[in-house]
Design a protein around this ligand. Structure first.
Ligand code: SF4
Length: 185
């Protein structure tokens, strides 16, 4: 399908990792509207609908950065379920309208990808980025030794950082899932 220049500009502003999905969704909606060419208006409509970017002034936009190493063995279920159910570190949003606009890994030590992707998300008004619990806890994986640098790189963009996703302070996040740390006495 043909695209008008202004519509292509809208697509260009979508983060690379969702661009193919966004393109399909926009073309589908254009077809449904009987259009032969994608217009800026339809592109913006889809962007708002599917990416939760421009909808609702009061919608809090949240993203999660997680450990690239841990992502080899973890599909991110703990983070996503905690968000979905407003539990643990997401409890703070209870009763608020939120959108999860990003879920990405740090790119490997020393978290080189984080700044770039956080910067991309900033263009879409992300309000807060959560650092996954696996980056912060000692077990079953080691705590991320770059966590402070990663945190500062996000904060330098003026984005709030929340430490954690699905653990409670004093408890393990994974492995010994949510159980209290056993006393060593
Ligand atoms: S920088 Fe930290 S969060 Fe990223 S892969 Fe290394 S240990 Fe994991």
């Amino acid at each position: 399908m043909e695209w008008k220049d202004k519509a292509l500009k809208v697509l260009d502003e979508v983060p690379d990792f969702v661009k193919p999905i966004a393109r399909k969704a926009i073309e589908k909606m254009a077809e449904e509207h009987g259009m032969k060419k994608v217009t800026e208006e339809i592109a913006l409509k889809v962007k708002a609908k599917y990416l939760g970017i421009e909808e609702g002034e009061n919608k809090k936009k949240i993203a999660i950065v997680r450990c690239d190493i841990v992502s080899e063995v973890c599909p991110g279920i703990g983070c996503l379920q905690a968000y979905e159910n407003s539990k643990e570190l997401f409890e703070r949003y209870t009763g608020k309208d939120t959108a999860l606009v990003g879920f990405f890994t740090c790119g490997g030590c020393s978290g080189r990808r984080t700044f770039r992707l956080a910067n991309n998300l900033k263009r879409y008004g992300v309000d807060a980025i959560h650092m996954s619990s696996c980056m912060l806890m000692e077990e079953p994986f080691n705590r991320c030794i770059f966590k402070e640098d990663i945190k500062k790189s996000i904060e330098a963009l003026g984005i709030e950082v929340v430490e954690g996703t699905h653990h409670e302070v004093g408890k393990f996040a994974l492995g010994n899932r949510f159980h209290e740390k056993k006393s060593t006495k």
